[in-house]
Design a protein around this ligand. Structure first.
Ligand SMILES: Nc1ncnc2c1ncn2[C@@H]1O[C@H](COP(=O)(O)OP(=O)(O)OP(=O)(O)O)[C@@H](O)[C@H]1O
Ligand SMILES: [Mg+2]
Length: 441
């Protein structure tokens, strides 16, 4: 920075530190008298008693009767009446940059392996408004996810946002790992929110593997962390993806799971006195979701293709979070437990899944082939019960006969082992061949 620039900063510097004092703690909330601050500002609470001497990070959540209501990022065990509260005067920031590639960090941007942060990073705020809708270029180009069934039958565009709807243990993490390794995006930003600690290690070492980790930044907030940390994990990961988009890159962004972020926001909402609405979710949950999910997608510089996993109990796609998220995103892929039980992985239920942009991304031959395979799949599944009990007489319907003949090949086309990587061109060619000849290899 030049001397003149430095000098011009002086009048703007706040030479006072603003302090307040803790008055009381109620559950998750801390009430303090002062300091001067606004909603969303970060404060340090200095715990300075005989046992410890540390600072606790907290955020201004609101005000009550002239007092400041703070929500802590970490455990608040040692706070006592009179503990000093120092205002920083700004919202949460983290450091981002290419040097984070290959690393796993927490919601505050610190490496999980406790190594120091690499140099050359830039400070960025974690909360931003979504791009101006008029400045978002339309999505015209497909992105390669490297999964045959998706690239051919559910083509995704660069900058499109889709949801993966699935129950527990149906193969979400495995599919995300596969996409992260196979995609032709420039890099991956992966938010793991509300998972158990064991699952995080398994995802990084097993699903992502060294090859996937090399081109990924993983943001982790496990289920044992305070609700605010879990929410901020989602914001931090989104902000890192935005940082790279602003530098012209095509980013693959994954959040596993957005349901857990919503649950964390519900915890905060209930603690701050919001009324519970549908299924105990508070109004702030439904205000947060579109704000958070709209931040990915395209802007005038680059793209963020977003993949958000949504937990659905049983097949209840009308659960409030699933319903809200499905309404915001441009597509939903359903992973089906019945298919997983049969060993059909990835367990994508093609007929229940939609990529809303496929119509404008695929050419005529591709769309025609995809339509034909969908028709044959649905013809077979509609008559499956009859076929299985032997009530269907071959020859009764030409369509059903053809569907029965082709069904095994269609299933073998959808199935893909985790080590296989298919380019999008190969997948589309194989789909067209399957539709025309009944075989794809
Ligand atoms: N593509 C696949 N090929 C073979 N097996 C698979 C595949 N995907 C998932 N599985 C099996 O399903 C199990 C659960 O998969 P995974 O951990 O990916 O599911 P999940 O939906 O992320 O689960 P959770 O809800 O616990 O996070 C795996 O341990 C594996 O046995
Ligand atoms: Mg998982």
């Amino acid at each position: 920075m030049k001397a003149a620039q430095l000098l011009s900063c002086i009048p703007e510097i706040d030479t006072f530190k603003h302090y307040g004092k803790v008055k009381r703690v109620i559950g998750l909330l801390i009430e303090s008298q002062g300091p001067d601050s606004s909603v969303g500002d970060v404060c340090f609470i200095h715990v300075d008693n005989k046992k410890t001497n540390k600072t606790i990070l907290a955020e201004v959540a609101g005000f009550r009767d002239g007092n400041v209501i703070l929500m802590p990022y970490t455990n608040i065990q040692d706070i006592s009446p009179g503990s000093l509260v120092e205002a920083t005067g700004r919202p949460m920031q983290i450091k981002a940059g290419l040097a984070l590639l290959g690393k796993a960090i927490d919601s505050l941007g610190n490496p999980l392996d406790l190594t120091p942060l690499p140099s050359g990073l830039k400070s960025i705020p974690i909360d931003r408004t979504p791009p101006n809708p008029l400045k978002r270029p339309p999505i015209r180009e497909p992105i390669e996810l490297g999964v045959r069934a998706i690239d051919s039958l559910l083509t995704v565009g660069m900058g499109q946002r889709i949801g993966i709807f699935a129950g527990s243990g149906v193969g979400k993490s495995t599919l995300l790992g596969m996409i992260a390794r196979n995609t032709n995006a420039d890099l991956n930003v992966i938010a793991l929110i509300g998972e158990r600690g064991r699952e995080v290690k398994e995802f990084i070492e097993h699903n992502l593997g060294p090859e996937g980790l090399k081109k990924s930044i993983v943001v982790v907030a496990t289920s044992d962390q305070p609700a605010l940390m879990r929410i901020k994990g989602a914001y931090t990961a989104t902000a890192i993806a935005e940082y790279f988009r602003d530098r012209g890159l095509n980013v693959m962004f994954m959040m596993d799971s957005v349901t857990r972020v919503a649950m964390a926001q519900r915890e905060v909402g209930l603690a701050t006195g919001e009324p519970p609405a549908t299924k105990g979710y508070t109004p702030s949950v439904f205000a947060m979701l579109p704000k958070l999910l709209e931040r990915t997608g395209t802007n005038e510089f680059g793209t963020i293709t977003g993949i958000y996993t949504v937990l659905v109990d049983g097949d209840d796609m009308n659960e409030p979070i699933a319903d809200t998220v499905r309404g915001i995103l441009d597509g939903h892929f359903v992973l089906d437990r019945d298919l997983a039980n049969k060993g059909q992985y990835p367990a994508i239920n093609i007929l229940k899944s939609v990529s809303r942009l496929m119509g404008q991304l695929a050419d005529e031959a591709h769309k025609k082939a995809a339509g034909k395979i969908r028709d044959q799949l649905s013809t077979y599944l509609n008559s499956e019960d009859l076929i299985n009990i032997g009530a269907y007489k071959p020859g009764a319907s030409k369509e059903i006969d053809e569907a029965i003949e082709r069904y095994p090949k269609i299933i073998s086309f959808i199935k893909q082992s985790t080590e296989q990587k298919w380019s999008i061109e190969e997948s589309i060619q194989a789909l067209i061949k399957l539709a025309e000849t009944g075989d794809w290899v």
